[in-house]
Design a protein around this ligand. Sequence first.
Ligand code: ADP
Ligand code: MG
Ligand code: MG
Ligand code: MG
Ligand code: MG
Ligand code: MG
Length: 649
Amino acid sequence: MGLLTQGTPLSWEDTKKWADHVRKHGIKQFVAQYKKLMSRKKDVLYWGDEIEYQLIKFDHINRKVYVALKAQDVLRRLKENSEKNSNTPETTSWHPEYASYQVEGTPGKPYGGLMAHFNTVEANMSQRRKEIQDQLEEDEAPLSLTVFPRLGCGTFTWPIAKANPVNGISRSLFFPDEAINQGHVRFKTVTRNCRVRRTEKILINIPIYKDINTQSPFIEDFSILGDDGTSAAAAKPDHIYMDCMGFGMGNCCLQVTFQASCLDEAKVLYDQLAVMCPIMLALSASSPVYRGYLSDNDTRWPVISGACDDRTKEERGVEPLKENQYRIAKSRYDSIDSFISTLGEQYNDIHLTFNQEIFEELIAQGVDDLLARHIAHIFIRDPISLFVEHLDEDDENDTDHFENIQSTNWQTMRFKPPPPNSNIGWRVEFRPMEAQLTDFESAAFSVFILLLTRVILSYQLNFLIPISKVDENMKTAYKRDAVISDKFFFRKNILTEYCKNTLNGFGITDTNQEYELMTINEIFHGKEDFPGLLPLIDSYIDSIDIDVDTKCTVTQYVRLISLRASGHLQTTAKWIRNFVLNHPEYKQDSVVSDSINYDLLCQMTQISRGELYDPKHLFPHVSKSSNMIPEAVCQAEAFLDQKFSCGQC
Ligand code: ADP
Ligand code: MG
Ligand code: MG
Ligand code: MG
Ligand code: MG
Ligand code: MG
C-alpha cells in the first residue's frame, strides 16, 4: 500500500491544515529528484511482481471458513526468517497490507532483464506461498484470492469480532475494526480520514446477479445490524451494498513493476500499458461474489474504487462548490486521466482537473507540460494520513511528502520516479490485475505483461486510443463475462512505420477511424487486418536468443493467456460463479452460504496447492521453474548492465 510511515497520526482537521504544506514540499521533493535524475539513462530492465494473500482459517467440523486476523504476527515471523537467512541472497520480501488477514509478498530482489529469469518467477511465487504456509496452522492456508466471498457477513473473522456502526473507525455495519491491520496506525488513520473528509460513510452498490429465486426487488433490512437509517437510504434496490474501505482495500491483487531505461521510455510504457489495463482486468477477472451474494460483476474494480472515494459532496458534484476548490470526476482509486508521452498528448480527450499553481511551478522548474499536468493532477488530492514526526523534511533527500500524495493516488498505472540516493531508475507499475489462484497463473500474467512491454518497445507498437475510450473500456471490463461477451475499443493499426519495415507479413490497412470495438479474442489472436498481440509476441520470442527450458516455460504461460482470451478456459471469476451455481445447496437465490463458501475455498486451496485442477479452468503444466539463476546468466547480466542502451536514450 505504498508509503508506510509510522508515528503519531494527526486528526483529520489537523491533517487538512497541513495539506498545502505537504503539497508544497511534495512538489519541491519531486523537482529535486527530477532535476537530478531526468537525464538518467541506460538503466537495464529490472522487474518484479507483488502478490497479496489472504490468510484463511477452516473449521472442518462446522464447514465454515474465516479470514484469520493474524497477519501482524505472521508478517513479523516472515521478516525475522528473511533476516536470519541473510547470508544467502534474499528470495522473498514481505510487506504489510490494509487488512489484518492480508500479507503482501514480492521477490527479495527484482528479476533481471534476461529471458532466463522467466524460469525463476513461478518458483519464487511458490516459495512465498510456502513461507506463509509454514507460519500457519494445519487448518489455515494463504490464498491469493481477490475477494473473500463472505467478507462482511456476520462472524467472518477468526477470532470473531463484531462491527461497531456507532463508534467503529469506519462506522461499518459489517466490517469490524479488528479486521483493519493494527500493526500500522496508518491503516486506521486512512480509514477514518477518508470517511471524515467525505463527510459520510463509504458507499458501494454492486448489481446483484438476479437468479430465479432472488428476492425481487432485492432489498435488505439493515436495522438488525444497528443501522440508523443511513445505510437503508444509501443502499440501492437490486444491489449488494457495502459501506467501508475494508471491502476494497481488504481485497487482493497482482501488480507488476518494470524499470525503464530512461524517463522517456517510462512515459511510453505508462501510456501504452494504460490502454491494456481494462483488457487485463477483464482477462484476470476473479471476483464475482461480494458480502455473501453473487453479483453481476466479475472484477473488484468498482468496489475498491468506491471503497477509497474520499471526495466531498462538492467534489462529487452533489452540492455546489463552496468550501472545495474542484469538481473531481473520479475516486482517488481509479483509472488514469492523462497520457504523458509525446505520442499520447493527442489522445488526452477528457477534462483534466489539476492544481494550477503547482502546474506553473513545475513548468517553471523545467518539467515538461504533460508530466507537469500529471503531477499537478494527482496533487489535487489532500494527504489522508500525516504524522507529527514527519511534518518537516529535507526536501533534497526525502520524498515522504511527495510519496504521501503519490502513493494514495491508487490508479491503474503508477509512474514511479527513482527514490532519492538509490541506484533505482524510472519505473512504471501495472496495477489493474486481479489476484490469481495458482502460482502458475500469477507467473503467466506477470510474464505476459513483461513480454508485452518488450514487444511494445522492440517493435515500437502503438496501442493509443482516446483516453475517454479507455475509461469506457474500464466500465465494460467489470461486467459478468466481459472477457467473452463484450467488446472493447482497441486501436486498429498498432503497427507504426517502424514495425512495418521490421515485421514483414503482418497485413496492415490504413484507416481513417483509428479504433474500433473488438472482442478480447480478436485483440489477442488477431483477425483480418489486425495482427493480434499473441502472434506479435510469438514473433518476438522467435527473434530472440532463448534457451529450450525458458522457451518451454514461456510457451505454457502464453498458452494460458491465449486459452483464457479465446474463452476455451474460464476465468477464475467464471469458475467461481459456476461452482456456486452448481452447488447442491445453492437455492437459485444469489446467496453464497457459509457451507457453499466452505466447499468453494476448500477446492480453491487444493487448486492453489496444485493438488487439483478443473480442465475448464486450467491445464496440467510442467513447471521447470527453478529458484536458482545459473551463474552464466548472472555474468551475462553484469555485462549487459554496462553495455545496455535503448532507442529512447
Ligand atoms: P509498491 O508497493 O510501492 O508498489 P513494492 O516495493 O511492494 O512496491 O513492489 C515493487 C516491485 O518492484 C517488487 O516486485 C520489486 O521486486 C520490484 N522492483 C524493485 N526494484 C526494482 C527496480 N529497480 N526496477 C523494477 N522493479 C523493481
Ligand atoms: Mg499491495
Ligand atoms: Mg507493494
Ligand atoms: Mg493494497
Ligand atoms: Mg511498498
Ligand atoms: Mg504496488
